[in-house]
Ligand binder design. Structure first.
Ligand SMILES: Nc1ncnc2c1ncn2[C@@H]1O[C@H](COP(=O)(O)OP(=O)(O)OP(=O)(O)O)[C@@H](O)[C@H]1O
Ligand SMILES: [Mg+2]
Length: 421
C-alpha cells in the first residue's frame, strides 16, 4: 500500500495551504461550501478486522480514509497512511491483522458540520501536528449524523483554483472597465469634434445664402456667382465629411464587409495615379510610375485597396506644391509593398504621432490652409488593417513624405494587357 503523499508534493501543498488560509480569511473571499467538498463514502464499523479494512483500501485506490461509524455517529477515522505505516512494519501484520480497526484508527478525528465556514475548517485542520495535516476530516449534518469525508488535499486544490479564477476575473474586469472608459472618452471627443466640423460648412453655407439674398434684394448681382461657387465648395466638403463619418461609423460597428477577389493591382495603381494628375493640373508637380512592367495580380478587396491608395494620393497632391509624386509597387515572395512618395511640405516630427487621430489636421485648426476633414488617414489605417496589412510613413518636414502599405499576399504576374503610362 502506498503512502498518501510524497514529500515534494506535500511541501507544495503546504505552501498552497498557507496561501489558501490567508486568502479565505479575507472578508470578500469567495469560499467553497463544506457540503460541496464532502464526498459521501460508505463508512466502516469500528469492529471490522484490520485485514479486511486493508482489503477494502486495496479495492478502493481512490479513497484515502474511511470513517468509522457506530449508530450513525463518527467514532474514528482510519487513513491509508496510518494503516500502511502500522501493517508494513516487521510484526505489523501479526500484531494487528486480526484486531478490530478501532485499535489503529484516530479516535478523535476532526469533525466538521456541513454548514461550517471554510475558514474555521482550514484553521482547525492546519493547527494539527504537521504529519496529520492532510488527514481527511469527517463531515456531519446539522444533527451530528455522519454525512461524508472531506479531503484536505482536494479542499486546498479546489479553493486554490477558485482563488486563481477570482483573481483572473478581477484583473479582466478591471481591464475591461479601463478599456470601456478609454472608448467612451474617445467617443465623446469624437462627437464634439464632429459637431464642430459639421457646423462650420453649414454656417458658411447659411452665411453665403444670406449674402445671395441680400445681393438679390439690393440688385447688386456681381458677386452672386462667387458666393454660389464658395457655397458649392462648402457643400462638397460637407458631403465628403458626411461620407467619411458614415464610413467610420460602419467600421466602428464592424459592418464594413471585405470582398476578396483576384484583381490587377498595377491597373488600380495606374488609375489612381491618373486621377491624381487631375488634382495636380494647376501645380508644378509630376507623377512618376515605378511599377514593374508586368501586371501584378493580388487577392484582396479591390475597392478598398483603391480607396486606400486614393486617400494617400489625394494627401500627396494636396500637400505638394513642387516636384513629383512617385507611385511604386514592390514585392517579395509573400508580400506586396505599395508606396506613394511626395516632395511636399512634409510633417514635423512633433506632429507625426497625431496623424492617425480623427480630425487631426496637423497644425492649428484656425491656420489650416488645406481643405479636408482630417479623417482620411484614420479610415485608411482601418482599411489597411481590415485587409491584414500594415501602414507606415516616413516624413521630413520641408522635404517630403512617403506612405507605405504592406499587404501579406502572394503576387501573380501577367504580361501587361493595356499599355498604360
Ligand atoms: N503627404 C502628406 N504630406 C504632408 N502632410 C500630410 C500628408 N498626408 C497627411 N498629412 C497630414 O496629416 C493630416 C491628416 O490627413 P488626413 O488625410 O487624415 O486628413 P485630411 O487630408 O486633412 O482630410 P481628409 O479627411 O479630407 O483626407 C493632414 O491634414 C496633413 O496635415
Ligand atoms: Mg486626406
Amino acid at each position: 500500500m502506498e503512502l498518501l503523499l510524497n514529500t515534494d508534493e506535500s511541501d507544495e501543498l503546504m505552501q498552497a495551504y498557507h496561501t489558501v488560509r490567508e486568502h479565505v480569511a479575507q472578508s470578500d473571499a469567495q469560499l467553497l461550501s463544506i457540503q460541496s467538498l464532502a464526498v459521501q463514502i460508505t463508512p466502516l464499523p469500528p469492529d471490522m478486522l484490520v485485514d479486511l479494512v486493508a482489503d477494502t483500501f486495496h479495492r478502493s485506490p481512490e479513497i484515502d480514509a474511511f470513517p468509522l461509524i457506530e449508530d450513525m455517529q463518527p467514532v474514528g477515522l482510519i487513513t491509508r497512511r496510518k494503516l500502511s505505516m502500522s501493517l508494513f512494519t516487521r510484526f505489523g501484520h501479526a500484531l494487528y491483522g486480526r484486531k478490530p480497526i478501532s485499535r489503529l484508527a484516530q479516535s478523535h478525528p476532526i469533525i466538521v458540520r456541513i454548514d461550517d465556514r471554510l475558514v474555521s475548517v482550514i484553521n482547525r485542520a492546519l493547527d494539527r501536528p504537521q504529519e496529520d495535516v492532510y488527514d481527511d476530516l469527517i463531515v456531519v449534518d446539522r444533527f451530528g449524523k455522519y454525512y461524508g469525508i472531506l479531503s484536505v488535499k482536494q479542499l486546498v486544490l479546489r479553493q486554490t483554483d477558485m482563488l486563481v479564477n477570482t483573481l483572473d476575473q478581477r484583473a479582466l474586469a478591471q481591464k475591461q472597465a479601463q478599456e470601456l472608459e478609454r472608448i467612451n472618452t474617445m467617443k465623446s471627443q469624437f462627437i464634439s469634434c464632429i459637431t464642430h466640423e459639421l457646423r462650420a460648412p453649414v454656417n458658411t453655407m447659411i452665411g453665403l445664402a444670406e449674402l445671395i439674398q441680400f445681393a438679390q434684394n439690393s440688385g447688386d448681382l456681381n458677386k452672386v456667382g462667387n458666393y454660389a461657387s464658395l457655397s458649392l465648395t462648402a457643400a462638397t466638403n460637407l458631403r465628403a465629411l458626411v461620407n467619411n463619418i458614415l464610413d467610420l461609423a460602419k467600421i466602428e460597428a464592424g459592418r464594413l464587409e471585405v470582398q476578396i477577389d483576384t484583381f490587377n493591382l498595377s491597373r488600380v495603381v495606374i488609375e489612381v495615379k491618373e486621377a491624381t494628375e487631375i488634382l495636380l493640373r494647376n501645380k508644378d508637380v509630376r507623377t512618376v510610375n515605378q511599377c514593374p512592367s508586368q501586371d501584378i495580380y493580388i487577392q484582396s478587396d479591390s475597392i478598398k485597396v483603391r480607396q486606400i491608395l486614393t486617400n494617400i494620393a489625394n494627401n500627396a497632391a494636396k500637400f505638394t506644391e513642387h516636384g513629383h509624386i512617385v507611385f511604386k509597387i514592390e514585392f517579395r515572395a509573400d508580400q506586396v509593398i505599395l508606396s506613394i512618395a511626395d516632395t511636399g511640405v512634409g510633417i514635423k516630427k512633433e506632429d507625426q504621432s497625431e496623424l492617425f487621430k480623427a480630425f487631426s489636421q496637423v497644425g492649428d485648426i484656425k491656420t489650416r490652409s488645406h481643405e479636408g476633414t482630417g479623417l482620411g488617414l484614420v479610415i485608411t489605417k482601418y482599411l489597411v488593417e481590415l485587409l491584414h496589412g500594415k501602414l507606415y510613413f516616413e516624413s521630413e518636414f520641408g522635404v517630403g513624405t512617403t506612405f507605405i502599405v504592406i499587404f501579406p499576399c502572394k503576387p501573380q504576374f501577367k504580361e501587361r494587357e493595356i499599355n498604360h503610362a
